[in-house]
Design a protein around this ligand. Structure first.
Ligand SMILES: NC(=O)c1ccc[n+]([C@@H]2O[C@H](COP(=O)([O-])OP(=O)(O)OC[C@H]3O[C@@H](n4cnc5c(N)ncnc54)[C@H](O)[C@@H]3O)[C@@H](O)[C@H]2O)c1
Length: 333
């Protein structure tokens, strides 16, 4: 099948490698001419150090590569998804399957990224979200990895499952696209917070608490917005939360560690040198929590640290001294 991957960061490149390995004709589109030149000339992506790119892969920065493609993968940072989908819309063949692999919620509209894509390309294009515990660096090294292909369109979800699936990359299908996308975006806020706690020198107890209570609150918001609770207990939920909160590959966690060690927020975001999606998602998640009336204390705490200059230690004390509660909300009612 002819497939274009738009966005040649670590993730777009790693996924292009999976597709190529599965026998597809793959073109990797870069945002800048310079980036596609580096990939072509060096045969490597600096984001995936040491991994050789297959010779059969095509590199371009001309988006007309999507013409004649049966599937197009959108792998830009979340802030660039609308702009990319807009450019794409004039070039697509009818019925092309679009695969969203970025993780975020649009800042001004609070739309999920498949909703952003749909609003730009219009009807007639099945859209799938592909998400799960999957560091690009590890997928590039063919480390066994599992993800979820989610769409309201069963045929499209299963087609994407078939396109990507191989002995090192296992794909489950799901119809809960809202749950999968919200889990992907919201866990970045928890991962950033976990990093802050690591940076402050707290231990495993604190991280386990943050991950567990963090999952509870993101699932609560996800359900209020139409996602399914079970999705948050699956690969795109707890799976991705584990990988993002515990790994040094996670730029969200690394950004949090810098803040926990005392760096300013702007300085930490800049130092990571790549998009820290959790920073942006914290503001959107707070707005969504307020709109839906869902209680999200950890997200609120992250917002206070990231956007209001509050001291992380004070925020932790506030979280620990909240009014007492039952762990499971419906206990004894
Ligand atoms: N890296 C991972 O392991 C991983 C895994 C799953 C999902 N994701 C998600 O995939 C998305 C991309 O992440 P990444 O790790 O590949 O990023 P990256 O930091 O490796 O690369 C970002 C890419 O975006 C491009 N870019 C910058 N501005 C752009 C614009 N205006 N329009 C189009 N492209 C632009 C850059 O040229 C660069 O190639 C993010 O939403 C991320 O959360 C990443």
């Amino acid at each position: 099948m002819k497939i274009s991957v738009l966005g040649s960061g670590g993730w777009g490149t790693a996924l292009a490698m999976v597709l190529l390995e599965n026998g597809h004709d793959v073109t990797l589109w870069s945002y800048s001419e310079r980036e596609s030149q580096v990939l072509r000339e060096t045969g490597e992506n600096p984001m995936l150090g040491g991994v050789a790119l297959p010779r059969e892969m095509h590199f371009t920065n001309d988006m007309s590569c999507v013409k004649g493609c049966e599937a197009v993968v959108l792998a830009t940072p979340s802030f660039a998804v609308r702009e990319t989908a807009r450019k794409l819309s004039a070039l697509l063949d009818p019925g092309t399957v679009l695969v969203s692999v970025s993780k975020g919620i649009e800042k001004d509209t609070s739309l999920t990224l498949t909703e952003v894509i749909a609003s730009e390309v219009g009807a007639g294009f099945p859209i799938v979200a592909l998400s799960g515990p999957s560091h690009a660096e590890e997928v590039g090294r063919r480390v066994p990895t599992t993800v979820v292909s989610a769409s309201r369109d069963q045929h499209a979800a299963e087609l994407v499952q078939d396109l990507f699936m191989n002995e090192r990359f296992r794909v489950y299908a799901s119809d809960d696209v809202v749950g999968v996308e919200l889990a992907a975006a919201l866990k970045n806020v928890i991962a950033l917070s976990a990093g802050v706690c690591d940076g402050m020198g707290f231990g495993d107890n604190t991280k386990a608490a943050l991950m567990t209570r963090g999952l509870t609150e993101i699932a609560r918001l996800g359900e209020a917005l139409g996602g399914r609770k079970e999705t948050f207990a699956g690969l795109a939920g707890v799976g991705d939360l584990i990988v993002t909160c515990t790994s040094m590959h996670s730029r969200n966690r690394r950004c949090g560690i810098l803040i926990g060690k005392g760096a300013g927020v702007d300085e930490a975001v800049k130092e990571i040198g790549a998009v820290v999606e959790g920073y942006y998602a914290a503001a959107t998640a707070k707005a969504l929590a307020e709109k839906t009336g869902v209680e999200m204390p950890i997200t609120e705490a992250a917002y206070q640290v990231l956007y209001c200059g509050k001291d992380p230690r004070a925020v932790i004390t506030e979280l620990m001294t909240r009014a007492k509660k039952h762990e499971i909300e419906e206990s004894w009612v």
